[in-house]
Design a protein around this ligand. Sequence first.
Ligand SMILES: [Zn+2]
Length: 247
Amino acid sequence: MRLSIMNLKDSISFFFFGNVCIGCGSNSQKLDPWLCPNCKEELIAYGEHPVWPSKEDAICLFPMNSLTRKLILAMKYKGMQKIASYLVAHSSVGRKGEALQILESWGKNMPFIPVPVHNARMRERGYNQSEQAALELALHCNGKLQTNILKRRIYKPSQTLLGSNARAFNVAGAFEAKNAKSLNPQNGIVVVDDVYTTGATTSSCARALKRAGFENIKVCTLLYEFPASAAADMAADKKLGWRTERD
Ligand SMILES: [Zn+2]
């Protein structure tokens, strides 16, 4: 049985990358299923301490760097949504370290609310990677994935071509909160997104949640990217033909 699971994992990895590590590109028979042992070790080291992006009510599990960036691009643009779970599992949440302690200090059995993608993008991509991350976080924290609260109000085209001010405006009123009464608004909630750059998206979500009566709103994202490097990264993505959107 164990052998067949390993074979299945190997087959999935081979199908996408031909037994090549997403991190370093080396051929490895020991992928698990995306990284070789060296890259996996590197990833765990990057995730040992969470990043605090200037706000004390927000943490990011990893910094954006060459390795984490390759993983997140594969997650977003190559249909590999399970990488969201993989990142959480190898962060200090999954490894019962610092980030897990922070999340547990924020509250018990908290609802984890993913930043929703618009229906059009959901149809195009087939999944919401933030929902996958929120599900994995909830599993590690004895919390609950809560997808019926935050809704995206209007569809705006990809933010790739917009400057940071325009992008902030673009997401400013993009969300609304519904069904607040199904949760106790005084209890804490955690908004989950994939990448935190300027914080415009999660701030917009927090405003919508505050309007609905929520008070104790926290944020957890998979990655933190410096706004200054985000512009260069987006230009690189564009060259590769990837359409990217960040907050
Ligand atoms: Zn590697």
